[in-house]
Design a protein around this ligand. Structure first.
Ligand code: 13P
Ligand code: SF4
Length: 309
């Protein structure tokens, strides 16, 4: 038996023993996505975590996603293969900075991207993901001033989509998407003149201006599979290639290296491995533990988002 086959059978055995579900974000390595019960974007995985009725949620994604799972289903044990699977956007905005903003602008409602810590969520009026950010912002009366945090590119894109002027936007960025250079996309468009372009809204405005479609990871996959082109240039993390090639085997998907790693990979997402997944199911560590009061406060803005139809 190969090493991967052995680890896979160990994971499946531990999963049964723990009555666990394996949730994987689209940016995980293919072998993790293959084993997962569900693969999805941050919104879909939050819903799956909320509705899970077993014992353990093994969250193959980044820490804020696992925290969201715990907040939505607090009686379950939530483990993550690697505790260092963070996110540059989470690091860009602290709870103390959010409280300082609220003291300075008490009339603003706080719309926080799901890529934030539990502490920042607890300071927020509502949460959004890249899939529903426009709808979440439009759920406020036009006269309500907003703070959108922490992603500057997503915030600016939502502002362009909604035409909303009374919106202050934090200046945080994703180290993967914000460093995709438009000039590399222009070059690829010349090399692939028939290709269409899909982009995640965390990309810079010059990249988004060249995109035929802008949306969350799952929305990009859904669109690309049905798009009227055999070639798609994909401006997001290369883990989505797994679902794209499974769902549209006849198409060609081109990924663009960014200026951070000269690759299209999220270094935080890629910290998770099959070995670490096995170990976290075995030891139930690293485990998400949050104070009850914090979870209660952070749950309110997440539930408000999930209640929006
Ligand atoms: P999605 O909500 O599209 O899954 O995006 C999460 C993320 O971290 C993108 O970089
Ligand atoms: Fe965070 Fe960017 Fe990685 Fe998504 S891709 S988890 S936003 S660092």
């Amino acid at each position: 038996m190969s090493a991967v086959t052995t680890i896979t059978s160990e994971i499946l055995a531990l999963k049964r023993e723990r009555k666990a579900v394996i949730l994987a974000h689209h940016y995980q390595d293919s072998e993790i996505q293959e084993l997962a019960d569900y693969t999805g974007d941050s919104l879909e995985l939050a819903r799956k975590a909320r509705d899970f009725d077993g014992g353990v949620i093994a969250f193959c994604g980044v820490w804020f996603m696992a925290e969201t799972a715990k907040i939505l289903n607090p009686t379950k044990t939530v483990v993550v293969p690697d505790a260092e699977a963070g996110c540059s956007l989470v690091d860009a905005c602290t709870a103390e900075q959010t409280r300082a903003f609220k003291r300075r602008y008490p009339d603003h409602a706080v719309v926080s991207y799901i890529n934030t810590s539990a502490e920042v969520k607890a300071e927020s009026d509502i949460i959004c993901t890249s899939r529903n950010a426009v709808k979440v912002v439009e759920s406020f009366p036009a006269s309500q001033p907003l703070l959108f945090l922490p992603d500057v590119n997503l915030g600016n894109w939502v502002q362009r989509q909604t035409g909303r002027q009374n919106m202050r936007i934090w200046q945080g960025a994703c180290i993967v998407h914000a460093t995709f250079p438009a000039r590399r996309l222009v070059h690829l468009k010349h090399q692939h003149p028939d290709a269409l372009v899909a982009a995640h809204p965390e990309c810079p405005p010059e990249v988004l201006a060249l995109a035929d479609f802008i949306g969350s990871t799952s929305a990009i996959i859904e669109w690309a599979v049905n798009a009227p082109s055999e070639e798609i240039i994909v401006m997001t993390e290369s883990g989505v290639r797994h679902s794209l090639e499974r769902l549209a085997p006849g198409k060609r998907f081109v990924f663009v290296p960014n200026e951070n790693c000269n690759c299209s990979e999220c270094p935080y997402m890629k910290r998770n491995t099959l070995e670490k997944l096995r170990d976290c199911l075995d030891t139930l560590e690293p485990r998400v533990e949050l104070p009850d009061e914090l979870m209660r406060r952070a749950a309110l803005p997440i539930e408000r988002m999930l209640a929006l139809k």
